[in-house]
Design a protein around this ligand. Structure first.
Ligand code: AMP
Length: 405
């Protein structure tokens, strides 16, 4: 039997998201989530897509090992457990691959050591990713396990975009540079945008706006990232749900010296209590829209700050690329909030950028153009699919072996 299935695992500190895909026809067989691992109120929700069955388990799941075993049991109930001969590989999302990992990589001891060495630059994410990998490897030591890095797509950034203007020796010693994140999404969306335009990725320049709870913009020239808004960590760049994005680094000194805050408190403030949430108390764009419609000034100001920053990045990346073929919106806000798309591009007609009102208002799960006919720059809405991208990259790497050629 051909092994054509890939299990995609996205392990967070207290959660595991997973999808089982069959790469023969790029179909999704199962999706699920284990959350609140380590608490009394853990929950596993599993959906088998062929039967449409959804099952839920509530009750304590002690650790990632128990979580993955529970996931394996659910998959086995659908006839596609971890021991299935059809399973070709497990693809793991790994947030930080530093400069070292430019491609998806089959995991061995050396790879694990390198991911571990990157923990100081990704203290929240890489330890959780590693736990997921180690647990999966213990369950199926014989199966290829592949790491797909959020940073990999950005390793083509030139040094002029990747370096901060600080002392070089110090930057090198502590690996302080701009790495960028959401790379799997930016790679997928920029390629899908080229496909939508009927052109090869190598022939188009795209500005990708990944606007979810986390948000980042990327300038993609001929299929390769040349600049991105997130930096050493996912804190830099756009205004996000709860992250501040860009600010003068002196704000941190000021809060410490004058506000008496500790570094940990400032870290929490900028990552968890800033952005839209910090500005108006809500980080969900739907709620902000509702409040704006009721005349809420605070929500309006938060929205205006969000849009102002977004516009600045569109302009900056237009200048970086010189020629732009398309601007693509993706992720929760980018795919669903027509008012954000319209506001972000309002007044940019001089750059050849415009949104057709009727097209922008259409809702749907398919990639689509929302610019007027004959526009100089295409504007697209492209639903992202990070799991499919991780599965495709994983299968491309191991599929040949499992097909026996
Ligand atoms: P993500 O991180 O990509 O899952 O995006 C999550 C965010 O998308 C939420 O916090 C909302 O702000 C936003 N979102 C989801 N659905 C809608 C919608 N229908 N309209 C506006 N914003 C939405």
């Amino acid at each position: 039997m051909n092994a054509t299935r890939v299990l995609v695992l996205n392990s967070g500190s207290s959660s595991v998201k997973y999808q089982l895909l069959d790469m023969r026809d790029a179909s999704r067989l199962a999706v699920g989530l284990v959350e609140r691992i380590g608490e009394q109120t853990s929950r596993l929700k599993h959906t088998c897509l062929s039967s449409g069955d959804t099952r839920e388990q509530n009750g304590p799941i002690a650790d990632h090992d128990a979580a993955l075993k529970a996931v394996a049991e659910e998959l086995a109930k659908d006839g596609s457990g971890l021991d299935s001969p059809e399973l070709a590989a497990i693809g793991h999302r790994v947030v930080h691959g530093g400069m070292f990992f430019t491609e998806p990589t089959v995991i061995d001891d050396a790879v694990l050591t390198e991911i571990e060495r990157l923990i100081p630059v990704a203290p929240l994410h890489n330890p959780a990713n590693l736990t997921g990998i180690r647990t999966a490897m213990a369950l199926r030591p014989d199966l290829p396990q592949v790491a797909v890095f959020d940073t990999a797509f950005h390793t083509t950034m030139p040094e002029s975009a990747a370096r901060y203007a600080i002392e070089t020796k110090l930057a090198d010693r502590y690996r302080v540079r701009r790495y960028g994140f959401h790379g799997t999404s930016h790679a997928y969306v920029s390629r899908e945008t080229a496909r939508l335009l009927g052109r090869a990725p190598e022939d188009v320049n795209v500005i990708v706006l990944h606007l979810g709870n986390g948000a980042s913009a990327t300038a993609v020239r001929g299929g390769k990232c040349v600049d991105t808004s997130m930096g050493l960590t996912p804190l830099e760049g756009l205004v996000m749900g709860t992250r501040s994005g860009d600010l003068d680094p002196a704000v941190i000194f000021h809060l410490q010296r004058v506000g008496g805050m500790s570094m940990d408190e400032i870290d929490t403030l900028l990552n968890k209590r800033s952005g839209l949430f910090g500005l108006c108390g809500d980080n969900d764009m739907r709620e902000i829209r509702r409040r704006m419609d009721e005349g809420d000034e605070q929500a309006r100001l938060a929205f205006d700050i969000y849009i102002h920053r977004l516009k600045k990045y569109i302009g900056a990346y237009y200048a970086v690329l010189g020629t732009v073929d398309a601007v693509a919106f993706t992720a929760g806000v980018g795919e669903n909030a027509d008012f954000v798309r319209a506001a972000a591009l309002a007044g940019l007609e001089g750059l050849g950028l415009a949104v057709d009102g009727a097209r922008n208002a259409v809702r749907g799960g398919e990639a689509r153009l929302i610019s007027p006919d004959g526009a100089r720059v295409a504007v697209a809405v492209v639903p992202t699919d990070e799991e499919m991208e991780i599965a495709s990259q994983t299968y491309a790497l191991v599929g040949k072996d499992s097909r026996g050629n």
